[in-house]
Design a protein around this ligand. Structure first.
Ligand code: 13P
Length: 278
């Protein structure tokens, strides 16, 4: 069942749990993630970056591919098709018109006024069509750079002015492979959560130690984004398979060599996230 993410995040937030966003890259990844989540009967947010959308073929292909898999595989869990880091109003509109059930607006490289203006416009377009919106304030960069921390007042101003359904603040996490252990500010998560009241999203979830993630969820994180960890696990399994099977050339076998690695990790995250704030 395709849904937006508003209700599931509110519910997760109340229960002190987090819903996973697993980013997809192609048909096989989507299939593996859907199958693993269905097996666990766990709702899932399929994150699709603009780069992944281009790779898959476009906004429409992405939606039709997911819709087809949901139908053919008889997926019964709630599934969100979410634009990850939408870089413009136009990109969000394209995604919504194609059938995405959720979008993220990321204008964090622009001045805060522009970020607010574009996010607000995207929210107006999205909400009329029952599509949820995640916004980012303060910039969550790459692990090759420095982590920054969103000012609480900026977060409040942004949420109040835009009407977003979920907020991705910069709280010390970064995208990619961490070179040093991330310094997540639990205090900042708690303050932003208390003052904005919206479910919070933690980007750059791959490689954050379990106890840190656990505490971050306790303080208000209701959605955890995972991309790099799946890519690394898949690539490692495929590399081993190719080295051990130098005569194999069937792409289904090559890509499929990473299926177990992806499913194992998806299962791990679902089990971990369902532990909640115990
Ligand atoms: P990682 O690639 O670090 O897991 O981050 C994923 C993410 O935040 C997608 O928006």
């Amino acid at each position: 069942m395709l849904v937006n993410m508003k209700e599931m995040l509110i519910k997760a937030s109340k229960e002190g749990k987090a819903i996973p966003q697993f980013n997809i890259n192609n048909l096989e990844w989507t299939k593996y993630i859907l199958e693993a989540c269905e097996e666990k009967k766990n709702p899932v947010i399929l994150g699709v970056s603009e780069g992944a959308i281009k790779h898959i073929g476009g906004y429409i292909t992405t939606v039709k591919m997911i819709e087809g898999l949901v139908e053919d595989l008889k997926i019964t869990i709630p599934v969100v098709i979410h634009l990850d880091h939408g870089s413009s109003y136009e990109s969000c509109v394209k995604a919504i018109d194609a059938g995405f059930t959720s979008v993220m607006v990321d204008l964090t490289k622009q001045p805060i006024e522009t970020n607010i203006e574009v996010t607000k416009k995207a929210v107006e377009y999205a909400h009329k069509r029952n599509v949820s919106v995640e916004g980012e304030i303060g910039h969550i960069g790459l692990t090759t750079g420095e982590a920054i921390y969103t000012e609480v007042d900026d977060a409040v101003k942004y949420v109040e002015a835009t009407g977003i359904d979920a907020l991705a603040p910069a709280v010390g996490s970064l995208h990619g492979i961490y070179l040093t252990e991330p310094k997540i500010s639990f205090e900042r998560i708690r303050d932003i959560k208390n003052k904005t009241g919206v479910p919070l999203v933690l980007h750059g979830g791959s490689g954050i130690p379990e106890d840190t993630l656990h505490r971050a969820i306790y303080e208000g994180i209701a959605k955890l984004n995972i991309n790099t960890a799946l890519q690394v696990a898949w690539a490692k399994a495929v590399r081993i398979f190719l080295n051990e099977n130098t005569d194999i050339y069937d792409p289904r076998k090559v890509i499929g060599a990473g299926e177990k690695a992806i499913k194992d990790l998806v299962n791990y995250y679902i089990d971990f996230l369902n532990r909640g704030r115990d």
